[in-house]
Design a binder for this molecule. Structure first.
Ligand code: HXC
Length: 257
């Protein structure tokens, strides 16, 4: 399927989405939103796909929401269309989504990366929430997700000063899971996604759902939820296969059931 602002392709069992508005440093306009949501939905529904990677260019993952598109918006327009609510659709993907970030991930770009399940950063990556410099504040989840990733003090620092964080600081702060050389970024992210895609898909989806529930639930409720999902996994053929393969010292052959 061809899109206007992204390239979506399947490589093995991985769906790769590459933002492709180089002249605007991959600024996220309404077409990018429509394209990314459509591509993620298509990969989620594709039985041949087990995980996704979202990436940008060497210079920019995405330099933010498209400032030129939104600058003339009135309050009532923003309110009535519930501006940015469409991104929630992207976060409904059930299969894991890895953000592979090189260069600028600013404003909505940083927020898009944080909507993914985890972030692998190139050593060139720069993260920031510079909305305050435009007379506004984060609007695609930055005030909430960044705080959960890096804690209040650093989130306040980023959101109130608009300063950027380099890859080293981002890894130290827990924003990204690992940092790799820029030249290897997509390959490393694809390797991680391929690894996930080779596991049992129902087990992967259940594990993702359980980790995400930790955001919404108390520890006691979360532990209960985890245990119940864990119990249900004994109904999977893949649980029997995975454990039998371990006992028989062979590689498991998961069948996603
Ligand atoms: C629209 C953008 C853009 C953006 C860059 N461009 N970022 N267009 N929206 N967010 C465009 C520039 O206008 C320029 O177009 C082209 O991309 C190249 O950018 P330059 O500025 O010339 O590149 P450079 O000098 O290398 O600087 C890179 C940069 C800078 C530091 C990333 O572009 C920058 O500061 N961008 C804005 C970052 C930002 O504030 N993001 C947050 C947006 S608000 P032309 O046509 O001139 O070549 C947001 C959430 C809003 O994300 C939520 C609240 C409602």
């Amino acid at each position: 399927m061809a899109y206007e602002t992204i390239i979506a392709e399947t490589r093995g069992k991985v769906g790769l989405i590459t933002l492709n508005r180089p002249k605007a440093l991959n600024a996220l306009n309404s077409q990018v939103l429509a394209d990314i949501v459509a591509a993620a939905k298509a990969f989620d529904a594709d039985d041949g796909v087990g995980a996704m990677v979202v990436t940008g260019s060497e210079k920019a993952f995405a330099a933010g929401a498209d400032i030129k598109e939104m600058q003339a918006k009135s309050y009532v327009e923003a309110y009535l269309e519930d501006f940015f609510v469409g991104w929630e659709e992207f976060t409904r993907a059930r299969k894991p989504v890895i953000a592979a970030v090189a260069g600028y991930a600013l404003g909505g770009g940083c927020e898009l990366a944080m909507m993914c399940d985890f972030i692998i950063a190139a050593d060139s990556a720069k993260f920031g929430q510079p909305e305050i410099t435009l007379g506004v504040m984060p609007g695609m989840g930055g005030s909430q997700r960044l705080t959960r990733f890096v804690g209040k003090s650093k989130a306040m620092d980023m959101v109130l000063t608009g300063r950027m964080m380099d890859a080293t600081e981002a890894e130290r702060s827990g924003l990204v899971s690992r940092v790799v050389p820029a030249a290897d970024l997509v390959e490393e992210a694809m390797k991680a996604a391929e690894k996930i895609a080779d596991f049992s898909l129902p087990a992967v989806i259940m594990a993702k759902e359980a980790v995400n529930r930790s955001y919404d639930l108390t520890l006691a409720e979360g532990l209960r939820f985890e245990r119940r999902v864990f119990h249900s996994m004994f109904a999977l053929d893949d649980q029997k296969e995975g454990m039998a393969a371990f006992a028989e010292k062979r590689k498991p052959a998961f069948r996603n059931r």
